[in-house]
Design a protein around this ligand. Structure first.
Ligand code: PLP
Length: 378
């Protein structure tokens, strides 16, 4: 099955009970048992729900793993994965991870004794230096948010195996349509499915896929015990979003390429960050491990004042957090998605006050370029 076909016919694509071509929403909390324990595979919807199960089977297949899990948000998925570890364990993470991922590690999980170190994982030597006797995993975000740095997943997974560590990849930006971390050696993939997988800014959800029966058993135990599950209606919306993922991403990729070319040629833009640019330091790795460079672009307009001017002029780029939807979005990471990262740390990372991030949508690219041009010229 090719990739666009798999998005539509993968997993359990219709309802065997009725023949309905879309799987129904099982809005139910509990299931009748024919005698104690005599159920048809479902007992209680926290433990398992048919609509969520269809979504979990679909993401499992798309990521090429052993089991999929759906959560109430990307952060719930990441937190559940971190609950696989114990007090006293240590995790290495990519330095410019999503601000919420930084926050949960340094303000919540640290209190439970899970220690973390953030390094530029695009350079393997940084990971090696950060490994401690109690390190259990390396958590990668690639491409990163908002600087679009790329980590070589295959190389890190190899290094992790040599040190008996798990490799976890946040695949939100690429999705399984462009990038398959498990094929490259990763053990766990997590998603903010709120983004490209949902694709329509109408659902908050998280997904995780694991590559072994043992991890599947352990993560299901955490999911059922801590209960951060995705409800049936949102599971349905996500299945629906995933069906059109391929066409959306192909079109967004084409729009993004044109916008990047435009931004590179504009005198008010100091720097453009996009892994598809040949001079991007990790361009070759991006080419090797992904089939598309994605629809996220960051660019520096020099100052917070310039960024504010740009934001006040654009018409088609909506000022909002989030990304990956049909409508183009614009944000200033330093004051929005990454505001939870302390200012000095942001400075170190290069998340400047003039850095603007766009998520390119499905509008006509001529309109998007004209919009940016008017705003930048003003
Ligand atoms: C890369 C990445 N991972 C995780 C998250 C968290 O996901 P959610 O907002 O669905 O909890 C986000 C949210 O922006 C993200 O961009």
């Amino acid at each position: 099955m090719k990739r666009k076909t798999q998005l539509i016919h993968g997993g359990i694509s219709n309802d065997p009970a009725t023949g309905a071509v879309t799987f129904p929403i099982y809005q139910v909390s509990t299931f009748k048992q024919e005698g104690v324990g005599g159920h048809k595979g479902f007992e209680y919807s926290r433990t398992g729900n048919p609509t969520r199960h269809v979504l979990e089977e679909l993401i499992k297949e798309l990521e090429g793993g052993k089991a999929g899990f759906a959560f109430g948000s990307g952060m719930a998925a990441m937190t559940a994965v971190m609950m696989l570890f114990n007090s006293g364990d240590h995790v290495i993470l990519t330095d410019d991870v999503y601000g919420g991922s930084f926050r949960v590690m340094t303000k919540v999980l640290n209190r439970l004794g899970i220690d973390s170190t953030f390094v530029d994982t695009s350079k393997a030597e940084n990971i090696l230096t950060a490994i401690k006797p109690n390190t259990k995993a390396i958590h990668l975000e690639t491409p990163t948010n908002p600087l679009l740095k790329i980590t070589d997943i295959e190389a890190v997974a190899k290094l992790a195996k040599e040190h008996n560590l798990l490799t976890i990849v946040d695949n939100t930006f690429s999705t399984p349509y462009w990038q398959n971390p498990i094929e490259l050696g990763a053990d766990i993939v997590v998603h903010s499915a709120t983004k490209y997988l949902g694709g329509h800014s109408d659902v908050v959800a998280g997904l995780a896929v694991v590559n072994s029966e043992k991890l599947a058993e352990d993560l299901h135990f955490v999911q059922n015990s801590t209960g951060g599950i995705l409800g049936p209606q949102d599971s349905y919306l996500l299945i629906r979003g995933i069906r059109t993922l391929g066409v959306r991403l192909e079109e967004m990729e084409a729009n993004t390429k044109a916008i990047v070319e435009f931004l590179q040629g504009h005198s008010n833009v100091k720097k453009v960050y996009y892994p598809g640019i040949e001079t991007h330091p990790n361009h070759q790795i991006a080419k090797k491990q992904t089939r598309g460079f994605g629809g996220m672009v960051s660019f520096d307009v020099g100052s917070a004042e310039n960024a504010d001017k740009l934001l006040s002029k654009v018409k088609y780029f909506t000022l909002a957090e989030s990304l990956g939807a049909v409508e183009s979005l614009i944000s200033v990471p330093a004051r929005m998605t990454h505001a939870s990262i302390p200012a000095e740390r942001r400075e170190e990372l290069g998340i400047t006050d003039g850095l603007v991030r766009i998520s390119v949508g499905l509008e006509d690219v001529e309109d998007l370029i004209e919009d940016l041009e008017n705003a930048l010229n003003s």
